[in-house]
Write a protein that binds this ligand. Structure first.
Ligand code: BGC
Length: 722
């Protein structure tokens, strides 16, 4: 279990008096009715606005940050040097907003010699199918933001995995809108419960990095609403996030940050979003159009929402009421999240608690994809020799690159480069699989080979009882990968080792799904994603059976690129150096994202969505679906010899009239069961998750007719309507 150890080191660290740390100077005492905590946030925001000058309002609707500040330019007072900064208004007691990238942990902690916990990737968190783990994930980030004196996170990526080669998939939460929406919604809820502001991004359809600033996504309304937008809708409803970051790309002809349909019609009008829309870094393209179409804050810089916006307001081109609305949204979110009443106070991040939480989430998110002849878990008392091969498994675990990159403590575990992590450069965190495997396999010799010479690796594997090959795929913001194949000839390495040792297990650290041409030659496969600072400990616990894996893949693993909706990433051939012209990307798969594509097109994946094994087995029986009560119930039994948790899922296929020739995930529950134990599970079906979006009526509708419910291998029909 998650056992908290109070080491001497830890006690010492926690004892550093917070007073020794630099505290911001106390602002002069301000009095004003908006500081009355008993008033609702909207009222308080209006009371402040009534006091504000035009310049103060303009000051709040843009900020500074990386990309806008020239290298060497002075750091604004009060800035934490995170990704973004919006100065406060001292005379009104409105604090500055410090915005930190924090998709998988707080970025740029090293700028101020601070530590931040690297969590498993959010894709990994989605593999847990565990809303509580997601909430914990968010609370770790929220806690550490507070400790670093930062009051806003700009993590919260929920774009769907429409393109499995997208460089940012590790920052997202899979291919299913309901799973992704719930996981990211809970994550942001957990984060905001720490009284910091959160955001959800990149709104919307930033589903690939190739050409992200110039591409124009073409999608019809129904496809939009039932895929990525549904994920945003769910995540926002659960979290009430303060911010929504609009994306770089265009959608149906307009940039996302000036897209009336996305921002005004759907987000604000239909979903009733009360927070503010901030642009992705440099994603603002106009003043009046953006302001009128729903953008509330330009980040960073003041090209459009500085002096030009002031001029547009003065001339009446942008009504002052609209500027007030932008400011209102920002202020009401600050009041609602508590950053004005209870601002973060700098303290010391607790790395031990962070490690424990990160390890727990990793243990729930590592997927067992293959386990022939029950090779896993390894028996620590019996295994005599292990060959550990490849992927720097002697020293660390891999992390994802770009603005989600967390700074590694003590520098990169491989290159030993200290300080802030670079951009698009693989960074290894000091969580050593070799160390933790050795700690478990006390009766075995465990030898490491770096895998650079497949023949030498095979020689070691041949001389060992078991071979564990670590392979990796580095992914980063800013570029997609061209193929699903592992880079650097790692497929050949696995094949060489598997040919030398019949007991070969592969551990994958990847940003998303990869192809596995050697799958038939190995006995075991674990997908560890980017497992975070507790990754090696979690892997060792799973390899040796202290933890029984329960995760399910939140993304389909295709056998080859040829089976994907786009065999090649759209635009990947265009060379950035030639400044390619803007291009359209018709996402022709439309509604059929991920597993829906594979089912509708009758393609067999390598591993299906939600696939994942356990060291025990489960049997399903007695499925009942009730159309009137909107429930599906069934019995799950642990039919194996050890305790385990089954992610019991319900899918539904809609009546033919809906025109959706595939099933949808609609509900699930994690069911912990002892050996032999069984439980009746009743899952509620949310009508939204059963509905289609009727583009003509511009609304959601439940199609009358016969539905089919599925759970495990069982199915049952139910009817809705006449
Ligand atoms: C990314 C955002 C990030 C921002 C600030 C952009 O490049 O797309 O996700 O929050 O930079 O670092």
């Amino acid at each position: 279990m998650r056992n908290r150890r109070l080491t001497t080191r830890r006690a010492l660290l926690l004892a550093i008096p917070a007073l020794l740390l630099a505290q911001p100077a106390k602002p002069p005492k301000v009095q004003g009715p908006w500081l009355d905590k008993t008033l609702p946030p909207d009222r308080r925001a209006d009371l402040v606005i009534a006091q504000m000058t035009l310049d103060e309002k303009i000051q709040l609707v843009h900020g500074t940050g990386w990309g806008a500040m020239r290298p060497g330019s002075p750091i604004p007072p009060g800035s934490n040097e995170g990704a973004g900064f919006v100065p406060g208004i001292e005379r009104l007691a409105i604090p500055a907003i410090n915005l930190a990238d924090s998709a998988v942990g707080v970025r740029m902690g090293a700028v101020e010699s601070r530590y931040a916990t690297l969590l498993p990737s959010t894709l990994a968190a989605a593999a847990s199918f565990d809303p509580e783990a997601a909430y914990l994930y968010g609370s770790v980030i929220g806690r550490e933001l507070r400790d670093q004196g930062t009051n806003m996170s700009i993590g919260g990526g929920v774009d769907l995995i429409r393109e499995p080669r997208n460089g940012r998939n590790f920052e997202y939460a899979g291919e299913d809108p309901i799973l992704a929406g719930i996981i990211v919604g809970q994550l942001m809820k957990g984060l905001q419960a720490q009284q910091v502001m959160g955001d959800i991004k990149h709104y919307a359809f930033n589903d690939q990095e190739t050409g992200r600033n110039i591409l124009n996504v073409i999608l019809d309304k129904r496809a939009m609403r039932e895929t990525d937008l549904l994920a945003f809708q769910i995540a926002l409803k659960i979290s009430q996030a303060a911010g929504v970051m609009c994306s770089y790309n265009k959608l149906n002809g307009d940039y996302a940050c000036e897209n009336d349909y996305l921002l005004n019609q759907v987000l604000k009008k239909e979903w009733g979003f009360q927070g503010w829309v901030l642009s992705d870094w440099g994603g603002t393209h106009s003043t009046t159009k953006a302001a009128l179409n729903g953008l509330d804050q330009e980040m960073p810089g003041e090209t459009f929402f500085g002096a030009p916006l002031k001029k547009a307001v003065e001339s009446g081109e942008v009504p002052e009421a609209r500027l007030n609305d932008m400011v209102h949204r920002i202020l009401r979110s600050m009041f609602a999240c508590g950053v004005i009443d209870n601002p973060p106070v700098r303290s010391v991040v607790d790395p031990f608690q962070g490690l424990e939480d990160a390890q727990h989430i990793a243990e729930e998110s590592i997927v067992l994809l293959k386990n022939d002849a029950g090779l896993l878990p390894l028996n620590a008392a019996r295994v005599a020799s292990i060959a550990l091969i490849g992927s720097h498994a002697d020293v660390g675990v891999l992390s994802g690159g770009g603005s989600a990159q967390v700074d590694p403590p003590g520098g990169d575990a491989v290159t030993h480069r200290k300080g802030g992590a670079g951009w698009m450069r693989p960074v290894w965190f000091p969580s050593s699989p070799l160390k933790y495997i050795r700690a478990k396999a006390t009766q075995a010799t465990v030898e490491y080979n770096d895998g650079s010479d497949p023949a030498a690796a095979a020689k070691l594997a041949k001389a060992s009882q078991v071979a564990i090959v670590f392979v990796n795929q580095f992914m980063s913001e800013g570029r997609d990968v061209a193929t699903l194949s592992l880079p650097d000839k790692q497929d050949a390495l696995v094949s060489a080792v598997a040919a030398a040792n019949p007991h070969t297990i592969v551990v994958i650290e990847s940003g998303g799904p990869v192809s596995m041409p050697w799958i038939g030659d190995v006995k075991g496969v674990l997908e560890a994603w980017y497992p975070g600072i507790g990754g090696a400990q979690a892997l060792a616990a799973i390899l040796f059976g202290d933890v029984n894996p329960s995760a399910k893949s939140p993304v389909t693993f295709a056998k080859t690129e040829a089976d994907l909706p786009h065999p090649q990433v759209p635009g990947i051939d265009l060379k950035p150096a030639n400044r390619p012209p803007p291009f359209d990307v018709p996402y022709t798969e439309g509604l059929k994202v991920g597993y829906k594509w594979f089912e509708a097109e009758h393609k067999q994946p390598l591993f299906a969505f939600a696939y994942g094994l356990s060291y025990t087995t489960f049997a399903y029986s007695a499925l009942k679906a009730d159309g009137a009560a909107r429930t599906v119930s069934f019995n799950v039994k642990n039919t194996g010899k050890r305790a385990g948790t089954e992610v019991a899922q319900a899918y539904v296929t809609l009546p033919d009239a809906a025109g959706e020739p595939f099933k949808r995930l609609v509900a699930w529950e994690r069911v912990p069961l002892k050996a032999g134990e069984s439980k009746t599970v009743t899952l509620k079906l949310d009508p939204l998750y059963l509905s289609i979006f009727n583009a003509e009526k511009d609304g959601w509708e439940l199609v009358a007719g016969d539905y089919k419910a599925l759970a495990g291998p069982l199915s049952s029909s139910f009817r809705i309507g006449q």
